[in-house]
Design a protein around this ligand. Structure first.
Ligand SMILES: [Zn+2]
Length: 168
C-alpha cells in the first residue's frame, strides 16, 4: 500500500510512513500535505505523497542497524568475492577468530562456497578480491528508501525525489 514521505518543518526528509499514519498526522493538525496523488480516500481526503510537519523536530543521529537483511541489502544480495547471487552468507573480512569485529566495514555478503574457501584467512591471504570496500551506509533515509523501492510506484517516487537529494 501507498507510502508517504514525511518531512521536517525545514523540508528535510525524516521518515517514510504508511498513508494511514500520514492521515492521522494531518487530522491532528500536526502536518500539512505537500504533494498528493489524485486518489480520493473519501471524506474530502486525497492520498498524500509527501507531508511536512508543522513543527521542527530535532533529529537524533540514526544509526543503521547492522542486521543480516541490511548487510544483504547494502551488498545487493551479491557475493562480494565472486558475484554469485545465491547460497548467501555473511563473511567477516577479518575473521572473528582473529579478532574481526561485527562492524559495517568488516562484514560482507559471501556465497557459501567463497565463505568456506576463504576460511579463517583474510581476502588477501586467500587470494580473493572484494568487489567493493565495505562501509557504513551513509544516509539513513536513502538506505530506508532504497529498501522500499519496490513498494513505491515510479510515479510516486518521482514526486519524492526533489525532497531527497538536497540532503545528501
Ligand atoms: Zn562467492
Amino acid at each position: 500500500m501507498s507510502k508517504v514521505l514525511l518531512l521536517n518543518s525545514s523540508y528535510e526528509p525524516l521518515h517514510i510512513c504508511s498513508w494511514q499514519r500520514a492521515i492521522i498526522l494531518l487530522i491532528k493538525g500536526k502536518a500539512e500535505t505537500v504533494e498528493r496523488n489524485g486518489k480520493d480516500l473519501g471524506g474530502g481526503w486525497r492520498l498524500p505523497l509527501v507531508i511536512r510537519l508543522l513543527y521542527y523536530i530535532k533529529i537524533p543521529h540514526k544509526d543503521i542497524p547492522l542486521t543480516r537483511r541490511n548487510i544483504m541489502h547494502r551488498d545487493n544480495y551479491t557475493c562480494q568475492y565472486c558475484g554469485k547471487k545465491n547460497d548467501l552468507t555473511i563473511d567477516h573480512v577479518l575473521p572473528r577468530s582473529r579478532g574481526g569485529k561485527d562492524t559495517w566495514d568488516n562484514v560482507v555478503v559471501a556465497c557459501l562456497r567463497c565463505n568456506v574457501a576463504k576460511g579463517s584467512r583474510t581476502p588477501k591471504e586467500a587470494g580473493f578480491e572484494l568487489a567493493t570496500r565495505p562501509c557504513r551506509p551513509f544516509n539513513f533515509i536513502h538506505f530506508e528508501l532504497s529498501k522500499q523501492n519496490n513498494h513505491v510506484s515510479r510515479k510516486d517516487y518521482e514526486q519524492w525525489r526533489k525532497y531527497l537529494y538536497e540532503y545528501d
